[in-house]
Design a protein around this ligand. Structure first.
Ligand SMILES: [Zn+2]
Length: 193
């Protein structure tokens, strides 16, 4: 398990055609071209609202979708937003109601994961907000509605897929969260991404 600060650029690619969808830098992200990389999103139902063993850590799982400008393929990402405090604070942050400070972006690596995750960490006046992003994963067909599409190669909806991904990774996210907090405290030596 490795949590590496992004030193230059970490690119997220289209799961269909490998075009770059998002360039994640050390403290910000950039979408190539004039497109928007995620166009819609909503909370994933049926996931615990706290990290395992961390009752003070609120958790918001999100599914967001986008469409590749290069190949028109659809994709989704599963996100877990977590911070120390009540869930209302997550809503406040999503609504832009918290005053933001510095951002720092990381790559989360695990040998058993097929794909690295990204961690976007933002300091706010209510403490640090962590966004763990898994994906992008392919979607077949368009986004007609929250339950109207199937993930590629699966009869299940992306909501079911994302719920399973998030639920199965909560223990790991809790571990990465401990690493991130150790970095904040200045106690962890890390290798650059
Ligand atoms: Zn593409």
């Amino acid at each position: 398990m490795e949590l590496s600060p992004i030193q230059s650029v970490h690119s997220l690619e289209c799961p269909h055609c490998k075009a770059v969808l998002l360039n994640v830098g050390p403290a910000s992200s950039q979408v190539p071209g004039l497109t928007s990389w995620l166009t819609d999103g909503d909370a994933i139902p049926g996931v615990p609202d706290a990290l395992p063993g961390q009752t003070q850590q609120a958790l918001m799982p999100m599914l967001s979708v986008g469409r590749c400008a290069a190949c028109n393929g659809h994709y989704y990402v599963a996100e877990v937003i977590t911070l120390s405090g009540p869930l209302d604070l997550v809503y406040d942050w999503m609504a832009g109601a918290l005053k933001e400070g510095a951002s720092s972006n990381f790559v989360c690596r695990l040998p058993e994961l097929q794909q690295d995750w990204c961690l976007f960490r933002t300091s706010t006046d209510a403490g640090a907000v962590s966004e763990y992003m898994m994906g992008p994963f392919p979607l077949c067909g368009g986004i007609e509605g929250p339950n109207g599409v199937s993930a590629c190669g699966s009869p299940r909806s992306p909501w079911e897929e994302a719920r399973e991904i998030v639920a199965s990774q909560l223990d790991l996210i809790a571990e990465f969260q401990r690493l991130a907090e150790a970095i904040d405290a200045g106690g962890e030596q890390l290798s650059p991404a």
